[in-house]
Design a protein around this ligand. Structure first.
Ligand SMILES: *Cc1c(COP(=O)(O)O)cnc(C)c1O
Length: 396
């Protein structure tokens, strides 16, 4: 029998969300998540994935994944510390360390899980964490789990960070202080001011943690935001995900061998949750090998994103201040933004609207995620839809 308390909790809250237009209905994709997707038997140009390099459907990754199923089976069989550490996991970690330019890497089951694991393995209730106000949900949850004091600083505001770092370190209230930031912020596509952050961190002896989910495979010729700024030796935690540009699933921390050794004995999702499957591990390793061998996909990604950005700008749209392929088309009004995205869908383009409370009120936008797998024809078709709908709704 279902609890009456639970039943009324669920009913009240779901109907409240629906009444406020905040209940998200999920569109299932039939088939692969490529540059063109199928939803409800309709073909759509896909401008909403994080599959930056098109690797999620790359034939070279699929091939090694199939071979790994034959040689190693479909599951790792146990948690890493019992006997679920396969040779394939170690190869992946070795390859990632070479890619990131660090001594060692520990891999996890996802990026989200990695932030839950790594932050709380090092920080505790006697510590403080300086956290950019626009940091990703998994950073926020990872910080909360650690029970450290969370001190938010204004987005990418180095004066505010310095003042709060000074106050926290001079107060004598904390054993350790960490500064944590996204490498690339996913709503606006801006890059964290890592040189400034590192300078402040070195002045006040802060632990540095960069979540590079949207920077890996994209910036620094693929190696990420830290490499982009040449700061590999000056960031303690380079966290990344294998689910975005890498196209598979998983998360990792790259850093000094001593840090990685500690995470292997103290991070709970590593100790108590089974690792990614053999197919996932080899597909990720293959992706990293491809990125180390050639920058072709990375260049294609930037070419496509420049093309889309130029096209939208020429049409008269506001594409904000993005410094990365993330291309917001800022329409402002929430209703206009939602109507625009719905019309794009009808015209065969899948690009999601993002409105308050995910972004500030009056800053509603349709977010476009071009990838290396899109053709010019697909992008032209998307731009044609933008022009048609922009005129129809009186926005350009
Ligand atoms: C997507 C994302 C994650 C989570 O990564 P998954 O591998 O999908 O769990 C963590 N941090 C940031 C900044 C992200 O954008």
């Amino acid at each position: 029998m279902t609890s009456k308390v639970l039943q009324s909790f669920l009913r009240e809250n779901i109907s409240d969300l629906k009444a406020r237009g905040l209940y998200n209905e999920i569109d299932p994709v039939q088939g692969a998540n490529g540059p063109v997707i199928n939803i409800d038997s309709q073909e759509l140009i896909n401008l909403s994935s994080n599959n930056y390099l098109g690797l999620a459907t790359d034939s070279r990754l699929k091939e090694v994944a199939k071979e790994a199923v034959d040689s190693h089976g479909v599951g790792a069989g146990a948690v890493r510390t019992i006997n679920g550490t396969l040779d394939l996991h170690l190869e992946l970690e070795k390859k990632l360390a070479a890619f990131k330019g660090t001594e060692a890497v520990i891999s996890y089951q996802s990026g989200f899980n990695c932030n839950m694991a790594a932050i709380s393995a090092v920080m505790d209730k006697n510590d403080a964490i300086l956290s950019d106000e626009l940091n990703h949900a998994s950073i926020i949850d990872g910080c909360r789990l650690s029970r450290a004091k969370i001190i938010r600083f204004n987005h990418s505001d180095m004066d505010d960070l310095r003042a709060k770092a000074k106050e926290a370190t001079e107060s004598g209230d904390y054993n350790k202080v960490m500064v944590i930031t996204d490498g690339v912020f996913s709503m606006d596509g801006d890059i964290a001011k890592l040189p400034g952050i590192v300078e402040i961190a070195e002045e006040f002896d802060l632990i540095t943690y960069v979540d590079d989910a949207h920077g890996s495979g994209v910036l620094g010729k693929g190696a990420g935001t830290v490499k982009h700024f040449g700061l590999q030796k000056r960031i303690d935690f380079q966290m990344g995900t294998l689910s975005k540009a890498i196209g598979v699933i998983g998360g990792y921390v790259a850093g000094k061998a001593e840090l990685i050794d500690w995470l292997k004995v103290r991070s709970r999702p590593f100790l108590f949750s089974t690792a990614v499957s053999p197919a996932d591990a080899v597909a990720s390793t293959k992706a990293v090998e491809l990125l180390m061998a050639s920058t072709d996909l990375n260049e294609k990604l930037w070419e496509n994103s420049d093309y889309l950005k130029d096209g939208l700008k020429k049409l008269g749209f506001d594409i904000g201040e993005s410094e990365t392929p993330i291309t917001p088309c800022i329409l402002g009004d929430e209703k206009d933004t939602q109507a625009f995205s719905k019309r794009l869908y009808e015209e065969g383009v899948y690009a999601k609207s993002i409105v308050f409370p995910t972004v500030p009120r009056g800053k509603g936008r349709v977010r476009n995620m071009p990838t290396a797998a899109h053709t010019k024809e697909m992008l032209d078709e998307a731009l044609k839809a933008y022009e048609k709908i922009g005129k129809e709704l009186g926005l350009i």
